[in-house]
Design a protein around this ligand. Structure first.
Ligand SMILES: Cc1cc2nc3c(=O)[nH]c(=O)nc-3n(C[C@H](O)[C@H](O)[C@H](O)COP(=O)(O)OP(=O)(O)OC[C@H]3O[C@@H](n4cnc5c(N)ncnc54)[C@H](O)[C@@H]3O)c2cc1C
Length: 365
């Protein structure tokens, strides 16, 4: 008898994606192992909060975000925990009336918020001088609590600090090598964040994913605002220093509020420009966010994956997800994934259980 550990499905990477897929498969009673080289949820999925929204332009992503919203409701009921603060989210754009009509046409609950209500919903910020759109069913995900709950649902199926060193396709199964054991799996899903293309390349598979490095700054809320529920915002009319947009959201821990600048395509390569990002984020806070204490802040540097930029030079905005299938191994690539977790978990679990790669995840889908 060969000394292999048997598992039906092996998942490489226990970020929010791997954890979600493993959770669904475990719920179906399947034998699954979810490996992480370090601590689960410690890479891109780390941190206190994420924005949940559905205001995507791509109809497939909008569909996925809506499906995920229902999924978050189910997860909350199962967990008996509040995983989302359903406060809504502000969207600021150059042509608000056009955007409002477009989003309404997509069936989203949106409305323009007058300045007094802006102050009420986002008391850390000065009201905008232009109309602000509220996406009413958006919210802020309690990211840390979500990761912890998913981890706790996996029991022995989760193997932290267990890097997958190699994947070898054999007829009818895949051998998954870790330092101390070899696992024999019927199928493998690689969702290892920034490492997915590296693992792919090792097997002769090109995974069209890139990553960039960002900084976001965490500022203390002034004492009077600490208990107040608040919306997040994405200001797509603010292109200071050539950024795509500026954003802010409650960090949901230690009375902090996170502020960031989404860099433009040209600023994404290498390590970006951390010194300039810090300087410009501070300037944004001093100018527009009087509810924050700008004299004290923490810097959070993080990696952010996305599909490779479109070859036709279309502006970057991570609105595509993709799976590259090679035999019994699927490589998942994409970015801005947290909000989709419950829907992605179901979709990718169904896929590894034997169905085709869903149309929206196919390379030309
Ligand atoms: C600052 C910031 C803000 C964001 N804001 C939002 C937001 O508002 N809304 C939203 O929806 N999304 C947001 N995102 C994006 C979202 O957080 C990520 O897309 C998501 O967390 C990625 O999850 P993942 O599971 O794909 O990858 P990761 O969390 O990176 O997980 C991959 C895991 O694979 C493991 N791994 C790597 N190599 C191996 C190996 N060989 N063997 C075993 N394990 C391995 C790593 O240790 C890691 O834990 C944000 C991201 C950042 C960084």
């Amino acid at each position: 008898m060969l000394p292999f550990e048997e598992t039906e499905i092996a998942i490489v990477g226990a970020g929010i994606v791997g954890l979600s897929v493993a959770h669904v498969l475990r719920g179906l009673g399947l034998s699954v192992r979810c490996f992480d080289a370090a601590a689960a949820g410690g890479a891109q999925s780390a941190g206190g909060s994420r924005i949940m929204r559905a205001a995507y332009s791509d109809a497939r992503m909008l569909w996925l975000a809506r499906k995920a919203r229902d999924g978050w409701d189910r997860w909350e009921a199962a967990a008996g925990l509040a995983l989302i603060d359903r406060t809504g989210s502000f969207l600021i754009v150059e042509r608000p009336q056009d955007e409002l009509a477009r989003l309404e046409g997509l069936g989203l609950k949106v409305r323009v918020v007058p300045p007094a209500e802006q102050e009420e919903l986002l008391p850390v910020r000065r009201p905008w001088s232009r109309p602000v759109i509220l996406e009413e069913e958006a919210g802020t995900i309690r990211a840390r609590a979500s990761v912890e709950w998913l981890k706790s649902s996996l029991g022995e199926a989760l193997l932290e600090h267990t890097a997958v060193l190699g994947l070898s396709q054999r007829s009818g199964h895949v051998l998954v090598s870790t330092r101390k054991a070899i696992y024999r799996a019927r199928r493998v899903l690689v969702c290892a964040g920034m490492q997915t293309p590296v693992i792919g390349r090792h097997m002769g598979v090109e995974v069209p994913q890139v990553y960039s490095v960002h900084q976001r700054l965490l500022f203390p809320l002034k004492p009077a605002l600490r208990e107040r529920p608040m919306v997040s915002f994405r200001d797509k009319s603010d292109h200071r220093q050539g950024v795509l947009y500026t954003y802010g959201l409650p960090a949901l821990h230690d009375d902090l509020f996170a502020v960031g600048l989404e860099p433009s395509d040209t600023d994404r390569s290498g390590g970006g420009h951390p010194d300039q990002v810090v300087e410009h984020t501070l300037a944004l806070v001093e100018e527009t966010l009087p509810g924050l204490d700008a004299s004290r802040f923490d810097i959070e540097s993080c990696v952010s994956t996305s599909l490779e930029h479109p070859a036709d030079g279309a502006p970057w905005e991570s609105e595509r997800l993709e799976v590259v299938r090679r035999g019994a191994v699927d490589f998942f690539a994409g970015g801005h994934l947290f909000k989709f977790a419950p829907a992605l978990g179901e979709m990718l679990a169904g896929m590894v259980l034997g169905s085709d790669v869903p149309a929206m995840l196919q390379p030309d889908g």
